[in-house]
Design a binder for this molecule. Structure first.
Ligand code: ADP
Ligand code: MG
Length: 471
């Protein structure tokens, strides 16, 4: 039919606009490397990448012992957890966690409301500490705090909120020490637990990876948002004014969600998502890659094809035109539908958009849009990783060579965490394929993307241990 033809034309235009051929990925990764250099040179040296020094001096080695807690404030959920560590032989003897959804109104409220809620959840969780967990008598319980928003750290356990992302906007917290706000809330509850380390979730993920494998050099989050950190040589951080750390290495949090490049394949849908967000103009990379936005981009593309080409028989489903009605887990469910008739796609279109009957061609378009956008996001994330590998001379390119980072027995492990990476199989395989496409064969063999499950939470507890006052 004519409308199906128009739909096919719109789809192929969109496919073109979203394409990430190898040469484009190389431009993106080159831009990432260049911005990293600029951001290390001076404060504000890069308009995009903050390249934040983290003050984490000791990555876990596996020798840590004792009971440690973590609070992981991500974007959608927050988790409280505890681990009992038993040293080199026993490693993690026991772990327990609890996950709580953040009430939406707290994302736009006050700092006090948010932290009172977190402190209460933490206190309730500590109260359930039972067998298999042993708080050393005479020790105050220690906690790692994973806070996954841009923070200017002032020490390993203090830092100032720069701004919010991922749908959070708590204005009174900006410019203030986030640990102080948290500890005040803990104090109001009358509890005894202290923050031993404030870490970005990427750093927790790196730490969790390093605890098990000393070749771990990068931590990457693909969840609600996206970000990465890596191990850098201290003397490469020109903007650092304090004495260099003894290890000679520093962990740098890129805050790559705010990366942008003229080579990013931005479309009308990305433009719309950005303009209507609580942080327009910011976080372009995150808005093209992160789980918070992927479903919404798919929805906008489908809405446009419905409007301009009568997709779904032009049936005006109000839900199809409602922002954020399609969440990313549905995208991955539809994408992994391998049935001949795309019956899962049909079911989700009905459940989510209340579109009762669809033709196979329509369902195929939906499937294609999911595929196009997952592939784009995955390949851009891969280009980011290759940009970092290049910066540390681990991309196998002859011009770089190893910068002499201590640890280089062949492998470079990238610790990965986040719901998008963990649960979206096609996304993972597109990433892996892009890494292999971009690197030489030898380099590709040495780079391992490894799921660091619950890395941000457990890794943060591990960092509390490696920065314990009783250590
Ligand atoms: P956060 O980034 O908030 O710390 P997570 O790492 O748990 O949280 O990631 C949650 C995000 O992961 C969700 O916002 C969603 O976008 C994405 N996600 C969760 N489940 C799936 C799934 N099955 N398929 C694709 N994406 C998923
Ligand atoms: Mg998280």
């Amino acid at each position: 039919s004519k409308s199906n033809q128009t739909a096919q034309i719109l789809l192929s235009e969109f496919r073109q606009a979203s394409a990430t051929p190898l040469h484009r990925l190389r431009q993106v990764s080159d831009d990432m490397t260049a911005e990293m250099h600029a951001g290390l040179l001076s404060e504000g040296g890069s308009q995009q990448l903050k390249m934040l020094p983290t003050y984490v001096e000791h990555l876990p080695t596996g020798d840590e012992e004792g009971l440690f807690y973590a609070v992981d404030l991500g974007g959608t959920n927050f988790r409280v957890l505890r681990v009992q560590l038993g040293g080199k032989e026993k490693r993690i003897m026991n772990q327990e966690y609890q996950e709580v959804a953040i009430p939406p109104e707290l994302m736009l409220g006050t700092s006090k409301e948010l932290f009172d809620f977190i402190a209460k959840t933490l206190a309730d969780f500590v109260a359930t500490e039972g067998e298999g967990f042993d708080a050393h008598s005479g020790h105050i319980r220690e906690l790692g705090f994973a806070f996954s928003f841009p923070v200017l750290q002032t020490s390993v356990k203090s830092g100032i909120v720069i701004h919010w992302t991922k749908g959070f906007k708590i204005d009174d917290a900006v410019g203030k020490d986030i640990v102080a706000a948290f500890e005040e809330a803990i104090g109001r509850k009358g509890d005894h637990i202290r923050v031993a380390a404030l870490v970005n979730d990427t750093v927790g993920t790196l730490a969790r990876g390093r605890f098990w494998n000393e070749d771990t050099m990068l931590g990457v989050i693909l969840g609600t948002g996206t970000n990465a950190c890596y191990v850098e040589q201290a003397d490469a951080v020109s903007k650092w004014r304090d004495p260099p750390p003894k290890s000679g290495e520093m962990i740098i949090n890129l805050e790559w969600g705010n990366f942008r490049s003229p080579h990013l394949p931005r479309t009308f849908a990305d433009e719309e998502v950005d303009v209507e967000s609580v942080n327009p103009g910011d976080q372009w990379f995150e808005k093209m890659v992160g789980g918070m936005y992927l479903g919404e981009i798919v929805r906008r593309v489908l809405a446009k094809i419905a409007q301009e080409a009568g997709l779904f028989g032009g049936s005006s489903s109000p839900k199809l035109f409602e922002p954020f009605s399609l969440s990313t887990p549905y995208v991955s469910k539809m994408h992994s539908d391998e049935s001949a008739e795309l019956t899962e796609v049909a079911k989700i279109l009905e459940d989510v958009f209340e579109i009762q009957s669809t033709t196979f061609q329509e369902r195929k378009i939906v499937h294609d849009v999911c595929d196009i956008l997952a592939e784009r996001g995955a390949r851009l994330a891969a280009a980011g990783i290759v940009g970092i590998l290049k910066k540390i001379g681990r991309d196998g390119s002859t011009t770089n060579g190893s910068q002499g980072l201590k640890n280089s027995n062949g492998k470079t492990v990238v610790a990965m965490d986040g719901g998008l990476y963990e649960h979206y199989a096609q996304f993972r395989s597109y990433m892996q394929a892009a890494i292999e496409e971009m690197l030489s064969e030898t380099a590709a063999k040495s780079v391992v993307l490894e799921l660091s499950k619950d890395g941000s939470g457990i890794g943060t507890a591990l960092l509390a241990a490696s920065h314990s006052q009783y250590g």
